[in-house]
Design a protein around this ligand. Sequence first.
Ligand code: GDP
Ligand code: IMO
Ligand code: MG
Length: 431
Amino acid sequence: MANVAVVGAQWGDEGKGKIVDWLSNRADVVVRFQGGHNAGHTLVVDGRVYKLALLPSGVVQGKPSIIGNGVVVDPWHLVGEIEKIEAQGVSITPDLLTIADNACLILPIHPELDVAREAAASGRGARIGTTGRGIGPAYEDKVGRRAIRVCDLASEADLKTKIERLRSHHDPLRAGLGLAPIDPDALLAQLLEIAPKVLPFVKPAWRVLDQAQRAGKRILFEGAQGAFLDVDHGTYPYVTSSNTVAGQAAAGSGLGPRGVGYVLGIVKAYTTRVGEGPFACELTDAVGEHLATVGREVGVNTGRARRCGWFDAVLVRQSVAINGIDGIALTKLDVLDGLETLKICVGYRIGGEIFDYLPSSLNDQAAAEPVFEELEGWTESTGSVRSFKDLNANAVKYVRRIEELIGAPVALLSTSPERDDTILMRDPFLG
Ligand code: GDP
Ligand code: IMO
Ligand code: MG
């Protein structure tokens, strides 16, 4: 039995939450290993909608869930999200949820900085289009070795020392952006107030995972964002501030690389992106409108419209390589129902040259023009189809062509937002 890592293979919002929720049934533990509450994962179970940002999607099936060390944790958001999900009838107790004691915190100064920088950059046409949730500034403090970590919540003395260290870095930065200096007493009081609500969940998560692994339990890693938002491999600087690729599942949870097992890439049957940055296959015509409307492509956290475009096989093939993807879950095939002709990007034309990969330079990425191949669409509905043999011939051709172009097989196929509208072609847990 393999463990399974679920990762976004495009620019996020591929349907990771739905697939993690579905796979949770076969798993013993679910762990988030990067990102924070910039993620927005929507699950639909018998018409009931659950929107998760920080909590692992396993909680809805009542699976033991872990927020790993690689995640940045906003404790106020966390407490609010637990309350919100509990109000939907899902119990979240310290027996079920573990928060890594060595994860770093997002403090109120982080979203403030995030938003102030984006506003300042806006005037220069240099916005990233972040979620405004303080993710970048929190990771900066982490690698800058001045972050307050979850374990620090247990010690007032440690909090005081760390707040002083933060002040010396942040106050000059804040002054430059026209923000008031940090009020150390207010920040300390806020942290001391939230601490008792968070501490019951806090444990050495690496140890919980090690014990689970030794007991032969099946671990499901839940990625957030997608490969082209990865801080190394993505469309830099239009990326998030963490590694989103499958390699991070080990470092961000505290389990060694051999513990990761099967890598399942979540792939949308077309392409979307939220925020700024290059997007070669973007459509601003009626087809783009169709994808946005039928696919309900609106950001969960920020309510922003997602940009939509044709399926980009070059991008996903690259994703298969950088993640080590063993198989994919292809989602939202149903959104293509009724389109007469479908296009798939099979190469980029950049300055008169043809590329079969996305080059790293932002200038090249911005200049890339897609080279398409065309396939016939279908008029039949694929929505809620639960067996591969019930798919129409053109939909099957589309799926098979994607497999060929990206060099990875389809393990799961999703045909609606509902949990059970999922076709299993090969079980990722069987490796
Ligand atoms: P995530 O961030 O990768 O978890 O994805 P999001 O939840 O942000 O966005 C995916 C959206 O598509 C959600 O609203 C899902 O309910 C929905 N969804 C997932 N799979 C399918 C599918 O196969 N068909 C349709 N129509 N919607 C889907
Ligand atoms: P899920 O897990 C789509 C994007 C933002 C912005 C960039 C940087 O739901 O797939 P950040 O706030 O992280 O500093 O923003 O990354 N972004 C996402 N886009 N899905 C997500 O998560 C995202 N999380 C961040 O829109 O372009
Ligand atoms: Mg999302």
